[in-house]
Design a protein around this ligand. Sequence first.
Ligand code: F6P
Length: 358
Amino acid sequence: MLRIGMLTSGGDCQALNAAMRGVVKGICSKRDDVEIYGFQEGYKGLIYSNFKMLTSRDFSGILTVGGTILGTSRQPFKLMRVPDENGLDKVEAMKHTYHKLNLNCLVILGGNGTHKTANMLREEGLNIITLPKTIDNDLWGTDMTFGFQSAVDIATDTIDKIHTTATSHSRVFIVEVMGHKVGWVTLHAGIAGGADIVLLPEIPYDIDVVVDAINKRKAAGKRFTIIAVAEGAISKQDAKLSKKELKAKKEKNKYPSVAYELAERIQKKTDQEVRITVPGHTQRGGSPCPYDRVLSTRLGAAAAEAILDGDYGCMVGLKNDKIIRVPLGEVAGKLKYVDPKSDFIKEARLTGISFGDQ
Ligand code: F6P
């Protein structure tokens, strides 16, 4: 008997169901003595032994369905070693659930925080296989995460729609795109949507440079400017602050998010009206795009292969269009940032995009 536990953890994204379907189809095509334990709401389900027994039928018809049939929750890594309100040792509880059910392995679908805990569980002796999910595409060790392309499509669609209304009005439009630490979604959607200014966490901006880019467009007879700004975009001034100082500043901040602060600063320095659009969690919603369906199915099937090989302790990722197994110890705790010096950024600059820095 092959007993597989499965959980989805952290923020959801498109193609989580498609990836789990890929795993189950892959395993069930080779073995018929399989038991699947679906843990509810991520690590919470593993801690509190909250699970559903699933069969391959539960994974039929979910390729195109967004969200996750298992539910998810954020369980911060830094709190994993802190006992819960009843004094329960969470790590011991997760190990207990695993051993009690006599699992052969746990398949964990998640992003950065999830991978830190997954690696800790590996170090604690559990058999772990992970799959890279996040709209942010910031997981180290894989060229692509599933969810990213779907989110880019949605953010691009938002910018496209703003474009038509922008052509009617002489305004500055700010579209705030998800991504606190990294700007991949903003960079891709910004380019795909033809944004004029793209502000990323990796390239601190100078408000005067942003205003200058807006004014230059106006002087050239352009009626509008579209700015794609990542949630975590930061000014050059703020980038000089220590983590503690920045946190204190943000706590005092009256702005609901970065777009509002930016809007006020632009409004003060130009004679143009500014409007804000925040697509927010729509970027994680809906059906996965075909690219993500394909990627997650491939990764899921490859995870099934790793399980059948008994090769644990790795994340199944994508490198140069090849599916690879990356040791979890190499993945956990590292982020894949946009490189400000990359050709990607150079090419974007050549097409006239301003990153607000020069
Ligand atoms: O990590 C994925 C992500 O969508 C980020 O882009 C975003 O900053 C964050 O999650 C939002 O988290 P939550 O859903 O917890 O508000």
